[in-house]
Design a protein around this ligand. Structure first.
Ligand code: 26Q
Length: 809
């Protein structure tokens, strides 16, 4: 990016270049000589934005004119990543923008790379919300995403001496040229105080404190620019920016206390995707964004349609897990206290409007709030929860439900400290409750929601997750996209089911070699990146074996690491064997408070250090932990992966979506029959995926019969050797006892059944080696994966939501 002066000739010949230069000068206030890469990025975004705004307004007007029903996706997380590449690709303007910038001596790829990665989410749930927003726009459905504009999204991860260190992420440092602050769309959000009954029977909530929620809008461009929807994120402001009396008295902290309180609300994303810490600030965030969103939806409905009673005909609100579940009580409050609707009718409107998506069965991840906290912060909502509960339990009793089931259905958990159960509130307040993969939905019916399911048969339904093929194939893997297009033409760009046309090419060895060449060039690029950030050198001809996702015991990174240690030992014992050269790649963040997850990161790094320095395994085995996993890093790693590790304890991963991204990009999956892996197997065929280990039923049975991991470990020499080596400090000579507790956990309880699945996993890995050595066979297999993954497009998922839940298609 040199700063030569763009010649007037160049900008005349290229009007887009002229427009970008004009933006740079008049909106950024720099000329081409003074401009730095971030200035070019901002100028490019602002220029493209002008095109987007026109389509945005046209989309909004068309929906209004048609009186269309709107979809509202409420999510505390939107893991959208970078937007420039996606926006211009969906507008079909990438070559044009690249050429315009080139004429200004600016490299598009270079400025795309410096766009901050908007990490307003933890993991799968947040990324799903982002894929859904893109698919909603691509399917031309009028939709709004609602969430929080966190000033600090997901933390940045640094690895110091193998340990995770969390640093604040500052994605807004250079401003955010994508967003529009809507000062006119602001709402009063109250907290605490008391509820006053008036003589006429009306109820009045008098909050003790309040903040103002202000809308900040980001356009979401659909495929081929068909439609532009709105992602509306709330920021918070104090009503009184400064208490002048306090200021004048010299008490500056009191003078600014309100502002600080408001800023604190939208400061951080909670970085835990299980074990909710139950903190008051989290409940405040949930209510803040729920109330602002519901007020906005109700205001829009009244403005367009006049009568609040028609809300379910014109609005479908989807709750992304229970994080926005307080919206159910908030809508009831607005209907009853502000719009004079009676309880029964309000309840009908509420149930007709809401749908709820569950993303986890882990009992510790199910949200519930201590009743005293809920009541203190939201006294009116507490009353409504009691009223809803009374009705719910009355009807259940009427239909003959026994006391045990009544206690399970109740919105209040009465066992021990009383708590408000957000999943039960969301379930009761919705006409649809869905799981995110077939197995997960079945388990919902059998386990956590069994009693609610009996009470409301037909309410639970499945919507298997999907991913947007724009970001996760076309944009992240242009080489593969071009090769597919050459074989089958462009139809798959508009309908991923057409990828099936690629199936015959799986038998074409020459095509297979070209497929492998694309993969290799993606691997070369990743190897370069890895060398830059970790110093580790890897061979692009080795198998890239990848596990990237949040670090969680149930996802079993430990199973992978222990098998790596066992393999290391085997290679050293039998150097004469024909080993497959492998690179084991790990990446992922651990919640700051999750001790074992952080220790697993340290272990991966300790194992990497030792193995990478051992000349006796040399090029046969390398291990790397890539720091700061995020959407942008995933876009680099996934196209370069040969093997996708999807090895959670069966029954615990609701769906997984990384599994889909890898298979779509030509990686083989090694996985358990968990989450969407089951359906991936059904689509790609059992011969084109390596499945191992216990099923969910077998896991449950083994737990019930009393699982003794010690006996399993002692019965498996390879496993025992690896566990004991780790336990005894072979990989941590500086602190030999570092992993004693972690390994004792395996001997003592092994809740996630690492030991029980180890032998099956190790032999599945040797099967993978054998397949790798048949190069043509491997190429055919991964092509068959790509060809049969079309169903996992989030366009298909969203079409199902639209038809079955929202009634908009
Ligand atoms: C709750 C309360 C307080 C603080 C944090 C939380 C919290 C935050 C995030 C609880 C859960 C999450 C995230 C869950 C999640 O990402 N689940 C994943 O959702 C994906 C999309 O459906 C699935 O593919 C994954 O299987 C599932 O783990």
């Amino acid at each position: 990016m040199t700063s030569t002066i763009a010649s007037p000739v160049a900008t005349q010949a290229n009007p887009l270049a002229g427009a970008i230069l004009d933006t740079l000068i008049h909106r950024i206030g720099k000329d081409a000589q003074a401009a730095r890469p971030h200035d070019w990025l901002a100028a490019t975004i602002l220029t493209m934005r002008d095109d987007i705004i026109d389509r945005w307004m046209a989309s909004t007007k068309a929906a209004h004119a048609a009186g269309a029903k709107r979809v509202y996706y409420l999510s505390l997380e939107f893991l959208i990543g970078r937007l420039l590449r996606d926006a211009i690709a969906n507008l079909g303007r990438t070559p044009e923008v690249a050429a315009a910038l080139a004429s200004l001596d600016v490299d598009l790829a270079e400025i795309e790379e410096i766009e901050p990665d908007a990490a307003l989410g933890n993991g799968g749930l947040g990324r799903l919300a982002a894929c859904f927003m893109e698919s909603l726009a691509s399917l031309d459905l009028p939709a709004y995403g609602y969430g929080i504009r966190y000033v600090n999204g997901m933390f940045r991860q640094r690895i110091d001496d193998g340990w995770q260190v969390e640093l604040p992420e500052t994605w807004l440092t250079h401003g955010n040229p994508w967003e529009f602050e809507r000062r006119e769309s602001a709402y009063f959000i109250g907290f605490g105080g008391e509820v006053i009954g008036t003589e006429d029977g009306a109820v009045h909530w008098k909050p003790a404190e309040a903040v103002e929620a202000v809308a900040v809008d980001t356009p979401v461009v659909g495929w081929r620019g068909k439609r532009v929807n709105t992602l509306r994120l709330w920021t918070a402001r104090a009503f009184d920016p400064i208490h002048l009396d306090a200021f004048n008295a010299g008490d500056y902290s009191r003078a600014l206390a309100g502002q600080l309180k408001a800023e604190t609300l939208v400061r951080v994303l909670y970085p835990a995707d299980s074990n909710p810490a139950g903190q008051e600030l989290r409940l405040r965030q949930e209510y803040f964004f729920s109330s602002a969103s519901i007020q906005d939806i109700v205001r829009r409905h009244i403005q367009y349609f006049g009568d609040i009673r028609t809300l379910p005909d014109k609005a479908a609100i989807q709750l992304n897990d229970t994080h926005p579940a307080v919206s159910v009580a908030e809508l009831m409050r607005l209907l009853m206290d502000h719009h004079d609707v009676g309880f029964d009718e309000a309840w009908k409107i509420t149930q007709g409007t809401f749908g709820y998506t569950n993303h986890t069965l882990l009992p510790e991840a199910l949200e519930s709030w201590p009743l005293p906290l809920f009541e203190r912060l939201l006294p009116r909502h507490m009353q409504l929860v009691y009223q809803i509960n009374a009705r719910l339990l009355r009807e259940a009793r009427k239909s003959g439900t026994d006391d045990r089931a009544i206690a399970a259905i109740s919105l209040i958990d009465e066992g021990g400290e009383r708590r408000v159960r957000m999943a039960n509130l969301a379930f009761a307040g919705s006409h649809s409750v869905n799981g995110v993969a077939a197995l997960h939905t079945d388990l919902m019916k059998q386990t956590v929601f069994a009693d609610l399911h009996r009470q409301f048969p037909g309410r639970i339904n499945n919507k298997t997750n999907g991913i947007t093929p724009r970001r996760w194939l076309q944009e992240c893997n242009p080489g593969l996209t071009a090769l597919i297009r050459e074989a089958i033409g462009p139809a798959f760009l508009d309908d991923t089911n057409r990828l099936a046309d690629l199936l015959p090419f799986a038998e074409d060895a020459a095509y297979g070699e070209r497929f492998a060449a694309v993969k290799r060039s993606n691997k070369v690029a990743l190897a370069q990146h890895l060398r830059d950030v970790t110093g580790v050198r890897i061979d692009p001809d080795a198998m890239f074996d990848v596990q990237i996702k949040r670090i969680h015991e149930y996802k079993r990174q430990l199973l992978n690491i222990i098998e790596t240690v066992a393999l290391y030992d085997q290679i050293r014992r039998h150097p004469e064997r024909d080993w497959t050269p492998r690179v084991k790649l790990f990446a992922g963040k651990a919640a700051g408070s999750y001790h074992n997850a952080k220790l697993i990161i340290k272990l991966a790094n300790d194992v990497a250090r030792r193995i990478n320095a051992d000349p006796s395994v040399g090029p046969l085995l390398k291990v790397a932990f890539v720091p700061n996993y995020n959407v942008s890093l995933a876009e680099k790693i996934i196209p370069a992966a040969d093997l996708s590790e999807q090895i959670s304890t069966a029954g615990m991963e609701a769906s997984g979506t990384g599994n889909m991204k890898f298979a779509l990009n030509g990686a083989l999956t090694i996985g358990t029959l968990d989450g969407a892996n089951v359906e991936i197997r059904d689509h790609v065929g059992a011969d084109n995926i390596v499945i191992f280990g216990m099923t969910a039923d077998e896991v449950a049975a083994k737990r019930a019969e009393g699982y003794v991991p010690r006996a399993v470990i002692e019965g498996s020499p390879e496993l025992r050797q690896a566990v004991d080596a780790i336990r005894n400090g072979v990989f941590s000579p500086d602190d030999p006892a570092r992993y004693a507790g972690l390994m004792d956990g395996l001997y003592d309880h092994d809740w996630f059944m690492v030991a029980a699945d180890f032998d099956a996993y190790a032999s599945a890995q040797r099967e993978v080696d054998a397949r790798w050595s048949d190069r043509a066979g491997w190429n055919g297999c991964v092509i068959r994966n790509v060809a049969q993954m079309g169903w996992f497009s989030s366009d298909r998922t969203i079409s199902e939501y639209a038809r079955d839940i929202w009634g908009v298609m």
